[in-house]
Structures are given as C-alpha cells and as structure tokens.
Design a protein around this ligand. Sequence first.
Ligand code: FAD
Ligand code: FES
Length: 249
Amino acid sequence: MMADEKVKIIENVLIAADTYRMVLEGRLTAEMKPGQFVNLKVEGYTLRRPISISSYDKTSGRFVLIYKVLGDGTRKMSEMKPGDELYALGPLGNGFPIEAVKSAVLIGGGAGTGPLVQTAEELLKTGAEVSAVLGFPTKADVYGVNEFKKLGITPFISTDDGTEGFRGNVMELIKSKGLNAEIVYACGPERMLMAVEDNFDRGYISLDIRMACGIGACMACVCKDKKDEEKYYRVCKEGPVFKIGQVKI
Ligand SMILES: Cc1cc2nc3c(=O)[nH]c(=O)nc-3n(C[C@H](O)[C@H](O)[C@H](O)COP(=O)(O)OP(=O)(O)OC[C@H]3O[C@@H](n4cnc5c(N)ncnc54)[C@H](O)[C@@H]3O)c2cc1C
Ligand code: FES
C-alpha cells in the first residue's frame, strides 16, 4: 500500500556531473516494484518532486534514488545530509512488468538509467540473459556502470561526443553491436523513447512528464493513447511505464 512516510537519508553523494545517489531508509520499501517512483516533499516547496526508485533492499528497508540537479528542488535535495529526513509518498505508478523471457535489453538515457538497475536484478532472478545499453551526453555524465557490474552485467556505454564508449546515441550503439532480445525495457529522454518505439515491437518505456499530485487526482500528467484520440492515461497512475505502441509520446 502507498504511504506518505518520513524517511531518513543514509547517504547522498555526487556520482557524476550534477548527478547524486541518495540512499534512504523507510517502511515503504516493503511494497516497491522495479520502475516505480516516489514523490518527495522538499522543504520550502508545495509541489513534490517525482524520482524513480533505482534499487531497493527489502531486508534493510533501504532504497536508492539517482537524480540529476535541474532546478531548485533537486538542488536542495543535493544539499541534504545523512541523518536528515524528508517525506516520500510511494511507491507510486505501475512499474516495469517482469516478463518470463530468455533475453532482455535494458536501454537507459541520462537520468533514466536509475530504475533499470532493480529491473535488471529482477529479470536476472528469472534466469533471463540481460544486457544494458546506457547513453549520456559526455564522459562526465556517465554513471550506473558499477551498479550493473555488481549484478554481473557490463553495460555498453555511448556518449554523444565519444569521450567514453561508443560515439553516438544508444540506438546507433545497439545497431552497431547487433544487439537483439525478446524484450526491451527503456527509460530516458523523449527522443530516445521515440527511437525505441520505432525499432522494437515488444517491451516497455517509462515516461518522464511534469507531475503535480502523483496519485492520479489532478490530471496534470495526461498523455494520449497512440491510436484512440479520445483515450487518455494519467502517467502517474496508469504509467509511468507503458507498453511499446500504447501511448503517443
Ligand atoms: C515518474 C518520474 C520519474 C522521474 N525519475 C527521475 C529520476 O530517477 N532521476 C532524475 O534525475 N529525475 C527524475 N525525474 C525528473 C524529476 O522529477 C525532475 O528533474 C525534478 O522534479 C525537477 O525538480 P526541480 O525542483 O529541480 O526543478 P524545477 O524546474 O525547479 O521544478 C519545478 C516543478 O516542475 C517539476 N518538474 C520539473 N522538471 C520535471 C521533469 N523533468 N519531470 C517531472 N517534473 C518536473 C518539479 O517536480 C516541480 O514541481 C522523474 C520524473 C518523473 C515524472
Ligand atoms: S500528477 Fe496528478 S494526476 Fe498525475
């Protein structure tokens, strides 16, 4: 069940350019599924900040958020210290369904890499062969390699300027490696998700769209069905994860 809980910060460290890894502890970890998010109350702001749950450990109650400093709210988060507390509403959204498949490719772009870590762990538990392809603007932005290596996956990296890994975007990298799988799981910027939709038939994408309530009550986050003009989805409630081909990006 969803809860609004005061959670304690265990760790909050810089891991790449303007990118932080925050470890939190709370009872709401017990309910988490890969690809869900929490809506954080940052002191001084009425609107909460939605951040994906990168990974969790149900035994210790700890969960990890990976976030990029974009504006005032995330800047304030980056200044918080271990021992500080904040309210987290969650877990929210539907998350990535873990399907029984032989092979899966996880595709992450920038801040969208976070939620793929727990997704990888859950897919590995089913015995699937999992590869990860992560794209960033430049070397200084790259993160997540260690998280995937801990799971036994060496991710393929692309940077737009070629300062680390493949020069180009994730889709070009996937094509150059001839990577294919039964299913893909993707999270990242809109342009990347559109390319994933164009190139794969089976899988899931996670949308990042401006939200307010985060619980399906305000309609701030709607997107349209890909085929039916009259049909809408609330990204916070019916998403943020959608099947490939389901929504108009
Ligand atoms: C389901 C979901 C999961 C997300 N997961 C992550 C993640 O794992 N890591 C990460 O770095 N970012 C993530 N984001 C984006 C993150 O919510 C924004 O970067 C953040 O809210 C910006 O807040 P700010 O105060 O720094 O920026 P400001 O621009 O000052 O924010 C002003 C308002 O706009 C909202 N807002 C601004 N940008 C976004 C955005 N891109 N998406 C949604 N709301 C926004 C803020 O929540 C706030 O209410 C996610 C967004 C969604 C919807
Ligand atoms: S943010 Fe309020 S309905 Fe989705």
